[in-house]
Design a binder for this molecule. Structure first.
Ligand SMILES: NC(=O)c1ccc[n+]([C@@H]2O[C@H](COP(=O)([O-])OP(=O)(O)OC[C@H]3O[C@@H](n4cnc5c(N)ncnc54)[C@H](OP(=O)(O)O)[C@@H]3O)[C@@H](O)[C@H]2O)c1
Length: 289
């Protein structure tokens, strides 16, 4: 199959592209900076998608994986306008031209804003999302109006190069720095390997329709348990101060809908794979998946 991947220089996209190439697919990637992927089935197009769509001669494109975005929180509104809204609008124009079977859109659990229920499902009310979450939701709608789009509402995605809570914990544990943990039920993570598993499932079953899935690892643990697990695996001497979460409803994510299609790894298995990759400085082996 031929995949078009926007935001191909991001760590998640690079992870997916390597898997796609290993599975024998052809991949065209678009980003402004060079992803430095060298493979006879990969071509990189240097382009700023916030300015205009890219006129692509190569057809057919079977699946577009739309990853390009301003993915950090608390950025100026103009950045989200350009990198998330205009950029996604241009991707929708490309999709209208290229007519892929489906667009897989890297959306976020942040679309829900303040989650006031104990379990966040796809029907959870959207309450006061930050600008980032608003633009991700807007992107879902923009794409769905044009082409069948599966929105993957993801929490922190872990792999080498990730930049979330788990990575901060990893860095502090490696440096033996003291840690203060707000303990709460925890499943707010998914390994990039499972994002690939979902995309593989979408492509092999040709699940080409408008839909949205909460994505997270399987099982539920606590943030304390996760940090202690990582501490042991890393032989860290960091001290842990545990505080109980107050004032907010500590929610977990429901991936029940996703489970009808794909079964992600357990939270601790996801962490174990991430740690293995981090310690080996590259992509871990996941032959069983
Ligand atoms: N990281 C997470 O935990 C997480 C969680 C949920 C959802 N997501 C979503 O997953 C996607 C990837 O996240 P990430 O954290 O890997 O992102 P990232 O590291 O910030 O990378 C963003 C990507 O978007 C590209 N991009 C941004 N503006 C662009 C433009 N104007 N034209 C072309 N490409 C542009 C960047 O490429 P250049 O700068 O080279 O152009 C880069 O490849 C994002 O859509 C994000 O919202 C991420």
């Amino acid at each position: 199959m031929i995949f078009l991947v926007t935001g191909c220089s991001s760590y998640i996209a690079k992870y997916l592209i390597k898997k796609l190439l290993a599975d024998g697919h052809k991949v065209i990637g678009i980003s402004r900076t060079n992803p430095n992927i060298v493979h006879y089935n990969f071509s990189w197009l240097a382009h700023d998608l916030s300015k205009n769509p890219y006129k692509l001669d190569i057809t057919p494109v079977d699946i577009i994986i739309h990853m390009a975005a301003q993915s950090l929180l608390n950025k100026p509104a103009a950045e989200y306008l350009h990198s998330n809204i205009l950029l996604t609008y241009h991707v929708s124009k490309m999709a209208a031209e290229l007519q892929p079977g489906v667009v897989v859109y890297a959306s976020s659990m942040k679309v829900y804003g303040e989650i006031r229920e104990e379990v966040a499902t796809e029907n959870t009310d959207i309450i006061n999302p930050e600008l980032y979450g608003q633009t991700k939701y807007f992107g879902e709608k923009l794409l769905q109006e044009t082409i069948p789009t599966i929105s993957l509402r993801m929490p922190g995605v872990i792999a080498v190069g990730s930049h979330g809570w788990i990575d901060n914990i990893y860095t502090k544990l490696k440096k033996n720095d003291p840690l203060v943990i707000y303990n709460a039920p925890y499943n707010h993570v998914v390994h990039a390997c499972d994002v690939y598993g979902i995309i593989r499932q979408i492509s092999t079953t040709r699940y080409y329709k408008n839909d949205a899935f909460n994505v997270c690892a399987s099982g539920i643990t606590t943030s304390q348990d996760i940090v202690e697990f990582m501490k042991n695996k890393l032989f860290s001497r960091s001290s842990l101060e545990i505080k109980e979460q107050r004032n907010t409803v500590a929610h977990v994510i429901s991936n029940k809908k996703l489970l009808n299609m794909y079964h992600p790894m357990d939270v601790k298995d996801s962490l174990a794979l991430y740690l293995k990759e981090m310690l080996s400085g590259g992509e871990g082996k996941d032959e069983n998946r």
